[in-house]
Design a protein around this ligand. Sequence first.
Ligand code: ZN
Length: 296
Amino acid sequence: MTIPYRLLLLCSLVSTLGLVSILPESKSATATVAGCPIPALSRFQRHKVVRGETLESIAQRYNLIPATLIDMNPTLMDGSVTVGSELQIPPYNGIVVEVPRGQTWRQIAAKYKVRADTLFEINGCQQDPRIVFVPEVNGSPNRPIAASTTPADVEKPDRASISGYPLQQLATIGLAYGWQINPITGEVFFHSGVDLLAAVETPVQAIAPGTVVFANDQGSYGKLVIINHSGRLQSRYAQLDNIEVTVGQKVNKGDLIGTVGTTGKPTSKQPHLHFEMRASSDLGWVAEDPKTYLKQ
Ligand SMILES: [Zn+2]
Protein backbone atom coordinates (compact mmCIF):
# COMPACT_ATOMS: atom_id res chain seq x y z
CA MET A 1 0.00 0.00 0.00
CA THR A 2 1.93 3.01 -1.21
CA ILE A 3 -0.75 5.69 -1.17
CA PRO A 4 -2.58 6.08 2.15
CA TYR A 5 -5.41 7.89 0.45
CA ARG A 6 -5.98 10.15 -2.49
CA LEU A 7 -8.28 12.94 -3.31
CA LEU A 8 -11.02 12.78 -5.87
CA LEU A 9 -13.77 15.28 -6.60
CA LEU A 10 -12.21 18.05 -4.53
CA CYS A 11 -12.42 17.00 -0.93
CA SER A 12 -13.77 13.50 -0.91
CA LEU A 13 -11.43 10.81 0.29
CA VAL A 14 -12.08 7.89 -1.90
CA SER A 15 -9.38 5.31 -2.22
CA THR A 16 -10.49 1.88 -1.10
CA LEU A 17 -7.09 1.31 0.48
CA GLY A 18 -7.36 4.64 2.20
CA LEU A 19 -10.67 3.79 3.78
CA VAL A 20 -9.40 0.48 5.07
CA SER A 21 -6.46 2.24 6.65
CA ILE A 22 -8.64 4.82 8.40
CA LEU A 23 -11.04 2.37 9.92
CA PRO A 24 -8.90 1.13 12.83
CA GLU A 25 -8.11 4.73 13.83
CA SER A 26 -11.71 5.76 14.05
CA LYS A 27 -12.35 2.91 16.45
CA SER A 28 -10.40 4.82 19.07
CA ALA A 29 -13.24 7.32 19.19
CA THR A 30 -14.93 5.95 22.22
CA ALA A 31 -18.41 7.14 22.94
CA THR A 32 -17.99 8.93 26.22
CA VAL A 33 -21.25 10.80 25.98
CA ALA A 34 -24.71 9.36 26.31
CA GLY A 35 -26.32 9.20 22.94
CA CYS A 36 -23.21 8.92 20.82
CA PRO A 37 -23.48 6.29 18.10
CA ILE A 38 -20.64 4.31 16.53
CA PRO A 39 -18.78 6.61 14.10
CA ALA A 40 -19.95 6.31 10.50
CA LEU A 41 -16.39 5.48 9.41
CA SER A 42 -16.51 2.40 11.62
CA ARG A 43 -19.79 1.30 10.12
CA PHE A 44 -18.64 0.68 6.56
CA GLN A 45 -19.54 -2.76 5.24
CA ARG A 46 -17.91 -4.78 2.49
CA HIS A 47 -19.83 -6.12 -0.44
CA LYS A 48 -18.48 -8.82 -2.77
CA VAL A 49 -19.88 -8.34 -6.23
CA VAL A 50 -21.68 -11.38 -7.63
CA ARG A 51 -22.75 -12.16 -11.19
CA GLY A 52 -25.75 -10.18 -12.38
CA GLU A 53 -25.21 -7.21 -10.09
CA THR A 54 -24.82 -3.69 -11.40
CA LEU A 55 -23.70 -0.44 -9.79
CA GLU A 56 -27.35 0.59 -9.61
CA SER A 57 -28.58 -2.66 -8.11
CA ILE A 58 -25.92 -2.65 -5.41
CA ALA A 59 -26.61 0.99 -4.61
CA GLN A 60 -30.31 0.24 -4.35
CA ARG A 61 -29.75 -2.72 -2.10
CA TYR A 62 -28.02 -0.50 0.47
CA ASN A 63 -30.38 2.42 -0.05
CA LEU A 64 -27.61 4.56 -1.54
CA ILE A 65 -27.17 6.50 -4.73
CA PRO A 66 -24.60 5.22 -7.26
CA ALA A 67 -22.50 8.40 -6.92
CA THR A 68 -21.84 7.56 -3.25
CA LEU A 69 -20.50 4.12 -4.21
CA ILE A 70 -18.30 5.64 -6.90
CA ASP A 71 -16.90 8.13 -4.40
CA MET A 72 -15.99 5.38 -1.96
CA ASN A 73 -14.73 2.95 -4.64
CA PRO A 74 -12.64 4.60 -7.35
CA THR A 75 -12.58 1.39 -9.37
CA LEU A 76 -16.22 2.10 -10.20
CA MET A 77 -15.38 5.33 -12.00
CA ASP A 78 -16.44 3.94 -15.37
CA GLY A 79 -19.79 2.86 -13.96
CA SER A 80 -19.26 -0.91 -14.18
CA VAL A 81 -18.63 -3.47 -11.46
CA THR A 82 -16.32 -6.49 -11.58
CA VAL A 83 -17.60 -9.83 -10.34
CA GLY A 84 -15.62 -10.91 -7.27
CA SER A 85 -14.36 -7.45 -6.38
CA GLU A 86 -15.01 -6.02 -2.93
CA LEU A 87 -16.72 -2.69 -2.46
CA GLN A 88 -16.80 -0.33 0.52
CA ILE A 89 -20.38 0.41 1.52
CA PRO A 90 -20.97 3.45 3.74
CA PRO A 91 -23.95 3.62 6.11
CA TYR A 92 -25.41 6.70 4.40
CA ASN A 93 -25.00 8.74 1.28
CA GLY A 94 -22.17 11.14 1.76
CA ILE A 95 -18.48 11.73 1.32
CA VAL A 96 -15.36 11.25 3.38
CA VAL A 97 -13.49 14.49 3.97
CA GLU A 98 -10.12 15.19 5.47
CA VAL A 99 -10.35 18.19 7.76
CA PRO A 100 -7.77 20.64 6.32
CA ARG A 101 -4.93 21.78 8.57
CA GLY A 102 -5.99 24.71 10.70
CA GLN A 103 -9.67 23.98 10.25
CA THR A 104 -12.15 22.26 12.51
CA TRP A 105 -14.96 19.88 11.79
CA ARG A 106 -17.36 22.72 12.59
CA GLN A 107 -16.07 24.56 9.53
CA ILE A 108 -16.59 21.40 7.50
CA ALA A 109 -20.17 21.22 8.74
CA ALA A 110 -20.74 24.84 7.71
CA LYS A 111 -19.09 24.30 4.32
CA TYR A 112 -21.31 21.34 3.49
CA LYS A 113 -24.38 22.84 5.15
CA VAL A 114 -24.86 19.94 7.55
CA ARG A 115 -26.18 20.53 11.07
CA ALA A 116 -23.11 20.68 13.30
CA ASP A 117 -24.62 18.33 15.87
CA THR A 118 -25.51 15.82 13.16
CA LEU A 119 -21.93 15.80 11.86
CA PHE A 120 -20.61 15.53 15.42
CA GLU A 121 -22.82 12.57 16.30
CA ILE A 122 -22.35 10.75 13.00
CA ASN A 123 -18.62 10.90 13.59
CA GLY A 124 -18.87 9.41 17.07
CA CYS A 125 -18.65 12.67 19.09
CA GLN A 126 -14.91 12.99 18.49
CA GLN A 127 -13.42 16.25 19.73
CA ASP A 128 -10.94 16.78 16.93
CA PRO A 129 -11.34 14.27 14.11
CA ARG A 130 -8.97 14.59 11.17
CA ILE A 131 -11.18 12.63 8.81
CA VAL A 132 -14.95 12.91 8.90
CA PHE A 133 -17.89 11.39 7.15
CA VAL A 134 -20.11 14.15 5.77
CA PRO A 135 -23.62 12.85 5.24
CA GLU A 136 -25.49 14.05 2.25
CA VAL A 137 -28.61 15.92 3.14
CA ASN A 138 -31.30 16.43 0.52
CA GLY A 139 -30.41 19.55 -1.39
CA SER A 140 -26.94 19.68 0.10
CA PRO A 141 -24.58 21.23 -2.42
CA ASN A 142 -21.83 18.67 -2.21
CA ARG A 143 -23.16 16.71 -5.12
CA PRO A 144 -26.06 16.88 -7.53
CA ILE A 145 -28.61 14.32 -6.38
CA ALA A 146 -29.91 11.78 -8.85
CA ALA A 147 -33.60 12.57 -8.64
CA SER A 148 -34.78 9.13 -9.74
CA THR A 149 -33.12 7.35 -6.80
CA THR A 150 -34.15 9.75 -4.05
CA PRO A 151 -37.50 8.70 -2.65
CA ALA A 152 -39.91 11.60 -2.64
CA ASP A 153 -40.79 11.70 1.00
CA VAL A 154 -43.55 14.24 1.01
CA GLU A 155 -45.50 12.74 3.88
CA LYS A 156 -45.68 15.36 6.61
CA PRO A 157 -46.09 13.39 9.81
CA ASP A 158 -48.43 14.58 12.50
CA ARG A 159 -46.27 15.29 15.49
CA ALA A 160 -48.49 17.68 17.37
CA SER A 161 -50.18 14.85 19.27
CA ILE A 162 -46.91 13.57 20.74
CA SER A 163 -46.26 15.33 24.01
CA GLY A 164 -46.11 14.51 27.67
CA TYR A 165 -43.77 14.31 30.62
CA PRO A 166 -41.62 11.33 31.61
CA LEU A 167 -41.88 11.97 35.37
CA GLN A 168 -44.91 12.43 37.57
CA GLN A 169 -43.62 15.75 38.86
CA LEU A 170 -41.99 18.62 37.03
CA ALA A 171 -38.21 18.29 37.49
CA THR A 172 -35.34 20.74 37.51
CA ILE A 173 -33.17 20.59 34.39
CA GLY A 174 -29.67 19.45 35.33
CA LEU A 175 -28.26 19.82 31.83
CA ALA A 176 -30.12 21.25 28.87
CA TYR A 177 -30.22 20.01 25.28
CA GLY A 178 -27.59 21.28 22.84
CA TRP A 179 -23.90 22.15 22.92
CA GLN A 180 -22.62 21.88 26.48
CA ILE A 181 -19.45 21.46 28.46
CA ASN A 182 -19.22 18.07 30.09
CA PRO A 183 -19.05 18.86 33.83
CA ILE A 184 -16.86 15.80 34.43
CA THR A 185 -14.38 15.90 31.52
CA GLY A 186 -14.56 19.61 30.60
CA GLU A 187 -14.99 18.71 26.93
CA VAL A 188 -17.45 20.42 24.65
CA PHE A 189 -20.05 17.97 23.44
CA PHE A 190 -23.53 17.83 22.02
CA HIS A 191 -26.06 16.84 24.64
CA SER A 192 -28.68 15.03 22.63
CA GLY A 193 -31.27 15.10 25.38
CA VAL A 194 -32.23 16.84 28.58
CA ASP A 195 -31.28 15.76 32.09
CA LEU A 196 -34.24 15.87 34.46
CA LEU A 197 -33.09 15.75 38.05
CA ALA A 198 -34.86 13.13 40.15
CA ALA A 199 -33.99 10.73 42.95
CA VAL A 200 -32.95 7.17 42.15
CA GLU A 201 -36.01 4.90 41.91
CA THR A 202 -38.36 7.70 40.87
CA PRO A 203 -40.90 6.15 38.45
CA VAL A 204 -40.37 6.97 34.76
CA GLN A 205 -43.40 7.00 32.46
CA ALA A 206 -44.02 6.97 28.70
CA ILE A 207 -44.67 10.49 27.39
CA ALA A 208 -47.08 9.28 24.70
CA PRO A 209 -48.54 6.03 23.33
CA GLY A 210 -46.16 3.88 21.32
CA THR A 211 -44.26 0.63 20.99
CA VAL A 212 -41.14 -0.29 22.94
CA VAL A 213 -38.37 -0.98 20.42
CA PHE A 214 -35.43 -1.23 22.82
CA ALA A 215 -35.21 -2.17 26.51
CA ASN A 216 -31.71 -3.13 27.57
CA ASP A 217 -28.23 -1.93 28.48
CA GLN A 218 -26.69 0.29 25.82
CA GLY A 219 -23.16 1.54 26.52
CA SER A 220 -23.00 5.07 27.87
CA TYR A 221 -26.80 5.28 27.95
CA GLY A 222 -26.84 2.63 30.65
CA LYS A 223 -30.23 0.96 31.02
CA LEU A 224 -32.21 2.40 28.13
CA VAL A 225 -35.80 2.26 26.93
CA ILE A 226 -36.70 3.47 23.42
CA ILE A 227 -40.32 3.97 22.38
CA ASN A 228 -41.42 4.58 18.80
CA HIS A 229 -44.40 6.90 18.40
CA SER A 230 -46.54 7.90 15.47
CA GLY A 231 -45.27 10.76 13.34
CA ARG A 232 -41.90 8.97 13.01
CA LEU A 233 -40.88 10.16 16.45
CA GLN A 234 -39.00 8.32 19.13
CA SER A 235 -38.49 8.96 22.85
CA ARG A 236 -35.51 7.61 24.79
CA TYR A 237 -35.18 7.17 28.54
CA ALA A 238 -31.61 6.56 29.68
CA GLN A 239 -29.49 5.96 32.78
CA LEU A 240 -32.37 3.96 34.26
CA ASP A 241 -32.05 1.92 37.42
CA ASN A 242 -34.70 -0.58 36.46
CA ILE A 243 -36.55 -1.42 33.24
CA GLU A 244 -40.23 -2.42 33.53
CA VAL A 245 -41.09 -3.03 29.86
CA THR A 246 -40.04 -5.43 27.12
CA VAL A 247 -39.41 -5.02 23.39
CA GLY A 248 -42.59 -5.12 21.33
CA GLN A 249 -44.78 -4.03 24.22
CA LYS A 250 -47.42 -1.39 23.47
CA VAL A 251 -47.52 1.39 26.02
CA ASN A 252 -49.93 4.21 26.75
CA LYS A 253 -49.17 7.71 27.85
CA GLY A 254 -48.25 7.60 31.55
CA ASP A 255 -47.42 3.88 31.70
CA LEU A 256 -44.54 2.97 34.01
CA ILE A 257 -41.51 1.99 31.92
CA GLY A 258 -38.73 2.01 34.55
CA THR A 259 -37.11 3.97 37.33
CA VAL A 260 -34.49 6.72 37.50
CA GLY A 261 -30.96 5.44 38.01
CA THR A 262 -27.30 6.15 37.44
CA THR A 263 -26.36 3.35 35.04
CA GLY A 264 -24.07 3.87 32.03
CA LYS A 265 -22.00 7.04 31.86
CA PRO A 266 -24.21 9.87 33.05
CA THR A 267 -22.90 13.40 32.43
CA SER A 268 -23.27 14.37 36.08
CA LYS A 269 -23.18 12.61 39.40
CA GLN A 270 -26.56 14.00 40.39
CA PRO A 271 -29.17 11.31 39.65
CA HIS A 272 -31.30 12.24 36.66
CA LEU A 273 -33.32 10.91 33.79
CA HIS A 274 -31.58 11.50 30.46
CA PHE A 275 -34.54 12.04 28.15
CA GLU A 276 -34.33 12.37 24.36
CA MET A 277 -36.65 12.95 21.47
CA ARG A 278 -35.58 11.83 18.03
CA ALA A 279 -37.16 12.16 14.61
CA SER A 280 -36.67 9.76 11.73
CA SER A 281 -34.71 11.16 8.81
CA ASP A 282 -32.55 9.99 5.93
CA LEU A 283 -29.65 9.95 8.39
CA GLY A 284 -31.37 7.81 10.96
CA TRP A 285 -32.89 9.08 14.19
CA VAL A 286 -31.84 12.70 14.58
CA ALA A 287 -32.03 14.37 18.00
CA GLU A 288 -34.59 17.12 18.49
CA ASP A 289 -34.96 19.60 21.32
CA PRO A 290 -37.13 17.76 23.88
CA LYS A 291 -38.52 21.12 25.07
CA THR A 292 -40.97 21.05 22.17
CA TYR A 293 -42.47 17.78 23.40
CA LEU A 294 -42.28 18.11 27.18
CA LYS A 295 -45.68 19.08 28.53
CA GLN A 296 -46.89 18.09 31.93
ZN1 ZN B 1 -27.86 13.58 29.64
